[in-house]
Structure formats: structure tokens, C-alpha cells
Ligand binder design. Structure first.
Ligand SMILES: [Ca+2]
Ligand SMILES: [Ca+2]
Length: 164
């Protein structure tokens, strides 16, 4: 009896199969993150990726995205790298702020690299920065060739560094 019921149902399931398959594919693709980057040439052993989309920043989430590219949120170690990344951010066009991997979250005033927690080696602040505005600015952004500390959840773009 039940067996017959299944046999009767069989053509219905078969005819629905392509639709089910399409639905599965649609759900799959909508779950994948659409992350696009401008990428730089290799400069002194690193390649840089600047995200295109303006979105709320999140240190852990964006660092994970950089990890998927084989790197981490950018760590600006010296004057040369600062110059390189300035030009890359300029080439990427559009508006900043451009978030880096430099932060003082959990250690106010002591800046470190989010990915490896090592102290930041090079900080080139804008005038009157860092000001830790309202006591809640712990993420360092790149804006017009200088650094500013901003609230870590602010909207912006971010830069990944991938060692090659
Ligand atoms: Ca701070
Ligand atoms: Ca600030």
C-alpha cells in the first residue's frame, strides 16, 4: 500500500527535482560572502588587497577574511611600507577610512597588531590623533596618508597584507 503510494509520488518528486536543485544552488550562493578587492603588485615581499565595499568594520571578521587570502589585516612596519600602502589606498580610489590591523583594544594607548598581538612598530598619526574620542576609539585607520584612531565598528574599508 505504502509502496504503491511512493511509486505514485515518484513522478512528482522527479519533476520537482530540478526546482529543488535550483533552490539549493540559490541558497548556497546567497550564503557565500561577496568580497571584492583591489589588489596591488608585490611590493617588498607583500601583496596588498583593499576591500571595495564600505561596511561596518570588525577586527576578527575582517582578519579572518584576510586569512582566507593567505594573510592578515595590514601591519605597517616602517616608513617604506607606510608610503607603499598610502599609494595603494590612493590607487584603490573611493572613500576611506581604510582599516588596518593596528589596534589598542584592551590595552589603551599601547598599539599592537591584531593578528599576532606584537607591538606596532610604526605609527604615523595625524595632528591631534590618537584622541581615543569618547574613550572608544581603538582601531587605527589610514586616511590621507596619516593614521587616526576610530571606533572599531565604524563603516569603512580595510586592507589585507599577504606575504608572498
Ligand atoms: Ca584607544
Ligand atoms: Ca581619533
Amino acid at each position: 500500500m505504502f509502496h504503491q503510494f511512493l511509486l505514485d509520488l515518484h513522478p512528482v518528486i522527479m519533476s520537482l527535482f530540478p526546482i529543488l536543485l535550483l533552490l539549493i544552488i540559490l541558497v548556497e550562493t546567497s550564503m557565500q560572502e561577496d568580497v571584492r578587492y583591489y589588489s596591488s603588485q608585490v611590493l617588498r615581499g607583500s601583496k596588498y588587497y583593499v576591500s571595495k565595499k564600505h561596511e561596518p568594520f570588525n577586527l576578527a571578521k575582517m582578519n579572518d577574511r584576510c586569512k582566507k587570502l593567505g594573510g592578515y589585516l595590514v601591519q605597517i612596519d616602517n616608513k617604506q611600507e607606510h608610503t607603499d600602502v598610502s599609494f595603494i589606498a590612493y590607487d584603490a580610489r573611493g572613500l576611506g577610512p581604510f582599516f588596518t590591523g593596528i589596534t589598542d583594544e584592551g590595552s589603551e594607548g599601547r598599539y599592537y597588531y591584531y593578528n599576532d598581538k606584537k607591538p606596532a612598530k610604526y605609527l604615523k598619526w595625524r595632528w591631534f590623533q590618537p584622541d581615543n574620542w569618547k574613550g572608544r576609539e581603538h582601531c587605527v585607520v589610514f586616511w590621507s596618508y596619516r593614521f587616526n584612531d576610530l571606533w572599531c565598528g565604524k563603516r569603512g574599508r580595510y586592507i589585507c597584507e599577504v606575504p608572498v
